[in-house]
Each structure stands twice: as structure tokens, then as C-alpha cells.
Design a protein around this ligand. Sequence first.
Ligand code: HSE
Length: 402
Amino acid sequence: MSQENKISVALFGFGCVGQGLYDVLNHSEVLQANIRKIGVKDPSKKRSVDPTLITYDKNDILDRKDVDVVVEMITDTDDAYQIVTTAMKNGMNVVSASKKMLATYFEELYRVQEETGKALIYEGSAGGSIPIIRTLEEYYDNELLSSLRGILNGTTNYILTRMELENKDYGVVLKDAQDSGFAELDPWMDVAGFDTLYKTILLSVHAFGVVLKPEDVLNLGIQNISFADIRYAKEKGLRIKLIGSAAKSGDKFRIYVMPRFVRADDELYKVLYEYNAVEVEGAFSCKQTFVGKGAGSHPTGSAVLSDVSALTYNYKYAYKKLRKLEKQNNGKNPGSAALETDFSIRVYIRFADKSDLASLDIRNVIEEYKSPEVNFIIADVGFKSLFALKGNRDSKVFVAEV
Ligand code: HSE
């Protein structure tokens, strides 16, 4: 860094977030960033920047000596992992917004940070514009957090809001979410709860120190939602929200992603369209809710900009909770051993045919509704059995926690 607040950056990816960052960087009055290069994949795409900035060869960036910070915002998980780890090994600090890559390779990335002493920060990877990761990491570094839950995906919240308030069809609003730059390239990631899963995993690292693998954590989505479900919620004065939650349960944690009926007095009820919210509960602070735009080019770009800015004063995550948990577990993160999965959970299940329920461990039926149009039950279900529905493209049932 040549002078205070002057930093040389290179970007990987110039899609929605990349362009958003480019705009917010150019409007920043304090941070002066010198963009050296922008690495992209597709030579056939027209780019709205000085063509001499563009490169198609990642080593054009990774081998440079005049780049302080690499900002990685690409879709391909394995390419992103290669870029991020190589950049750190080559002496650069890294900002990333690739939630899937970060959650999938968290252990390896943590190790590379330890080995190289370089920073990898990723505020833009969860909660869009909400400054939640640094808040969990810094502000709550000594607070005994008991739970965290949030609306962490803008696309699904946008779909749920417009279905309910505007009576719009699922497919139509999903298309609008894609056109607005909210959705992932593969929107299945949004609607089936995977995007929320990755974000919940990252927030759990910073809230509790626990490092989980995406395959070990349950995520159910809204891909099968219908107006019947929205109507049912409305009649009861409730709203359906897709929620990622992590709660302490003794020495263990209940961490999962699931649609949930929320009451009108719940802070998350009021969070509409592409807005996200995270509610944190601590022993002393009690409940606190953070709300902000969760998707879109500029909101996410602003979180990435804040990370780039933090690197001008050599910011790094201290991972205090993670280190503490490792210490308590003979130097190893407990990982999925810290997950509690042996419990039952009360859910609403809408289905077409009784055979749709065959894989579920239904323990206690509270309510049953049958009509020519809609069948649903409310029941206590063995939590583990819900894993049969995770990412299951054949299943047509809609499940929501009540
Ligand atoms: N597809 C994501 C969302 C983008 O809808 O929230 C922001 O991470």
C-alpha cells in the first residue's frame, strides 16, 4: 500500500457483484483503490470498462507484484478456491463473496490463512449489505450467544413477498428475481435453500466457532410452495419465511435451514422483498435484529467495498470462538459432532399422496386436513428423516416449521 487508504486491487469476476463493486469503488470518497486488472472468463461478453483492464488469464493477476488485494466474485466454486488459495500463497490479501466456495472449503481456507498469515475476509458472502460477519466476530467476541436466525436469501424472500402481497405466480417472480440480479446463476441454489445453507454455515463459524460441512446440515427450500400454503399462513395471521437458524442446545447446536411460519410480532415478519435480516440472541444483549438489502449488485458491492477498505488497516478475522472451541476439543474443531440431530420438530407438510410421506419419521400427528385440492398434516417429525428431502428434485412436498 503506497499511502493511507490507497490500495491496489484486482478483481476476479465482473458479473452482478463485480460491477456493483466497480461502481461503489468509483463513488467512494475515502477509499482510493487502484484497479490493476479484472479477470473474467468469457471473451465473447462485452464489458463496460477500459478493455486494457480485462484479462482472461488468471495468472496475469496472480503473478503480479503490484496487487495488494484480490477480490474474488466468480461463480465456479473450484476455480474460486484455486484463485483464493493461490492469491494468499502469493502474498495477497483476499476478499471473497463466494459463499458456496467459502462454506464448502472452510477448513482448508482457514488453514491457508494460518500458514500464509494473509487475510481472507468475506462480508459480502452473507446478508448482502448487512455488516453481520464482522459484527459477530468483533462486537460479539466475548458475548455468550445462544442463537442466531435469519432471512439470508433475497431471492426467496422476494418470491414469498410477491406471492403473498401481489398474488403473483412463483415462476413469474422467480424470473423477476433473476432479471433483477438477485438470483444465483443456478436459481435452484436459492429456492432449495442451498444459498441460505452456505450463509448459515459461515455465520455459525463467526457466532459459535463451529465449522460444518454443507452435506451435514439440513436445508429445505421453497421450491414446492403453492398458493395453498400462502393462504393457510394468511388465514392464521402468519407469514412464511425461509430461515437459516443456529441455536445452542447444551454443548451442541441445532443448525438447519427451513421455511417457517412466523407471527406478526416476530421481527422477521416485517422483512419483505429482497431484504434480509439476522436476529442474534445473547445472554446479556438479549435479542438484536439487523436488517438490510440482501441481494443485488450495489448492496453486495458495498459489503465487498467495506472489506477492501478494512484491508487498508490490515484487518483480519481473529476467529476467537473457533480457536476457543478447538482448544476445548483437543485442537480439533468438533465439526458435525457438535450438531444435534436427535430430536423431533413440529412441521406443516403439504403433500399430494400419502406415499409422499413414506420416508418421514412421523411421530405424532397434531392436525390433518384433506380436500380434493389440498392435503396437509401438522405433525412432530424425527428431524433426521427430513434429510431425505434435502435437495430432492423428485419430492413435491412442502415442509415448513410451525
Ligand atoms: N442469490 C443470493 C440471494 C444473492 O438471493 O440472496 C446474494 O447472496
